[in-house]
Design a protein around this ligand. Structure first.
Ligand SMILES: Cc1cc2nc3c(=O)[nH]c(=O)nc-3n(C[C@H](O)[C@H](O)[C@H](O)COP(=O)(O)OP(=O)(O)OC[C@H]3O[C@@H](n4cnc5c(N)ncnc54)[C@H](O)[C@@H]3O)c2cc1C
Length: 431
């Protein structure tokens, strides 16, 4: 059993960060990924300073991240009238010892994949291999059932199984057979990327509109010679969800004309939203969904990680960051408790409770909650935001969110490394 690897279901950002961490601390592992080929899918995501710190410790440098995105400088909420509601510096400009990065999800994902293959070899990831379930063995190990893309099936024995298989996780479905269906609160997002001129600081995250009708815009590349950068945008409308999500699938390409009318009049002297949306090569529609928290992410030698553990609304820009933190906390738990179910229990005890709270906090609009407050207090119409929400109240609201999400400045800057430099699980190496 000591020779068996740790099995990882899912080679998304969470699964690959886990594999890179285990490789770093000397724990053999294999990633089973359902897709046949890794492709640069998705649009923009943010890597918060707490995650960038962990990437640093994993040897994924800022020069690496500069190839897939850029350091974010500002986070701002702007009312429908074009007036600022709240703005704050981000990353190093805010006093963090690590930057925040806005990156292209697909390119960042492929960066992690390349790093893993360079360090652990091609055999570290088995593509076209979907984990469909697991069985616990009497010696404490676990056997995963694998469905291959060619139609065959097999089993694989491992010391542990980490379910990093995303929001539709098969591992979670077996661990929590009575879990309710996916939760949709009524918001629909259309996402795209347009080559355009960056605004404000040149690396600003801007949330514009109301809590039920808004766009989010931020660049995910440095500008080229002509001053144009890749601008990620998310256009969002909240609608009646009484009948549930009616479209087939959760993520699909749609014509821009299907939704552009919701934003037709959103033209400011500093931003032309209709032109930005119309300039994209294509757009993707997905409902804003999450899952109700579960009481545990662990079942003996099996644990959930990333979206499989805590799929949450993207309002806090922390889905990918939290998946990376999960991987590092799991690695630290293995350093303390060995490659054992006890390590999974320690990981679960540390994260499941607080991150389940974060799911609910993001459901309540996360940092965008300021938009709800503006709406409640003045119907979204104001001249001076200080008359609606005093500055101290705005600061306190944001500080509370950052603390809950684990990226409060002092807390992060003074925290010791999650995994000490050079630490390895010695007895695994010796086995
Ligand atoms: C194709 C894609 C595009 C995305 N685009 C965006 C985006 O533009 N913006 C954004 O904010 N978030 C996006 N996300 C979500 C975001 O990446 C995650 O919220 C976050 O990174 C946490 O990642 P994760 O690894 O836990 O889950 P995911 O990123 O969902 O990764 C799960 C991985 O597991 C694989 N998988 C699923 N089931 C199985 C199984 N049973 N066995 C083996 N493998 C399995 C999937 O193919 C996937 O590679 C996207 C996710 C995916 C999969």
């Amino acid at each position: 059993m000591t020779d068996s690897p740790v099995l990882i279901a899912g080679g998304g950002i969470g699964g690959l960060a886990t594999a890179l961490t285990l490789q770093q601390i000397g724990v053999p592992c294999i990633v089973f990924e359902a897709v046949r080929e890794m492709r640069p899918l998705g649009v923009g995501i943010n890597l918060q300073p707490n995650a960038v710190r962990e990437l640093d410790d994993l040897g994924i440098t800022h020069a690496d991240l500069d190839t897939v995105g850029l350091p974010a400088q500002e986070w701002a909420l702007v009312g429908l009238n074009g007036n600022d509601i709240y703005a704050e510096p981000r990353g190093r400009a805010a006093g963090y010892d690590w930057p925040q990065y806005a990156v292209h999800r697909g390119r960042f994902h492929l960066l992690l994949y390349r790093k893993l293959i360079e360090r652990a070899g091609l055999q570290a990831v088995r593509l076209g291999s979907r984990v469909s379930g697991y069985a616990q063995n009497s010696d404490g190990s676990v056997t995963a059932r694998i469905e291959h893309a060619d139609g065959t099936t097999s089993t694989e024995r491992g010391r542990l199984l980490i379910g990093a298989d995303g929001i539709h996780s098969a591992v979670r479905a077996q661990m929590h057979p009575d879990q309710p269906p996916i939760h949709w609160g009524g918001a629909v997002m259309w996402r795209g990327v347009t080559r355009a001129r960056p605004i404000r600081t040149g690396a600003s995250f801007i949330g514009l509109g109301t809590h039920r009708h808004r766009v989010v815009i931020y660049p995910i590349s440095q500008p080229d010679e002509s001053g144009l950068a890749l601008i990620n945008w998310i256009a969002e409308v909240t609608m009646d969800n009484a009948e549930g999500w009616k479209q087939a699938g959760w993520f699909r390409q749609v014509p821009i004309a299907d939704f552009a009318h919701h934003f037709a009049s959103w033209n400011y002297d500093w931003l032309d939203v209709p032109a930005l949306i119309a300039g994209a090569d294509g757009a993707y529609e997905n409902p804003m969904i999450d899952r109700d928290p579960v009481t545990t992410w662990q079942d003996g030698p099996v644990a959930l990680l990333g979206d499989a553990a805590h799929a949450m609304y993207p309002t806090g820009s922390n889905g990918a960051s939290q998946a990376i933190i999960d991987a590092r906390v799991l690695g630290a738990a293995m350093l303390e408790h060995g490659v054992t179910a006890a390590a999974l229990a320690a990981y679960n005890a540390r994260l499941c409770g607080p991150i389940s709270q974060l799911i609910l906090r993001n459901r309540g609009a996360g940092p965008f909650g300021l938009l709800n407050m503006v709406d409640e207090r003045c119907g979204g119409s104001f001249t001076d935001i200080d008359d609606v929400i005093p500055p101290a109240e705005r600061e306190a609201f944001m500080a509370g969110y950052k603390k809950a999400a684990g990226f409060a400045i002092e807390q992060l800057n003074t925290a010791p490394r999650t995994i000490a430099e050079g630490a390895t699980v010695e007895h695994v190496k010796a086995a």
